[in-house]
Unconditional design. Structure first.
Length: 95
């Protein structure tokens, strides 16, 4: 139920309501990268940048997630630069 509600709120861009549901899904399935990515976006769009950074850095530490969050292998970026690289490519919200 939490996965369904979290995804519904996420797709409706109701990020603050999606967060608690997605967090519960993440607690049950910590290796679910899709949920982690959605949480990072929810945190960013609700101005919870410290939480977004923390979740993103957790993803970086997971070897299976590295290919999803890193730019091309020839770019050797520090974590801060990689976070900036990834967040700079987020879609903007319509006004």
């Amino acid at each position: 139920m939490d996965r369904m509600l979290g995804n519904q709120f996420f797709l409706a861009r109701n990020f603050s309501r999606a967060i608690p549901h997605l967090e519960r899904v993440h607690e049950k399935y910590p290796q679910d990268l899709s949920t982690s990515q959605k949480l990072v976006l929810c945190y960013i769009f609700t101005a919870q940048l410290d939480r977004a950074k923390g979740r993103f850095l957790e993803m970086l530490r997971d070897p299976s997630a590295r290919e999803l969050v890193q730019p091309a292998p020839q770019n050797h970026l520090e974590e801060k630069e990689l976070f900036a690289y990834w967040t700079a490519r987020l879609p903007s919200l319509p006004e």
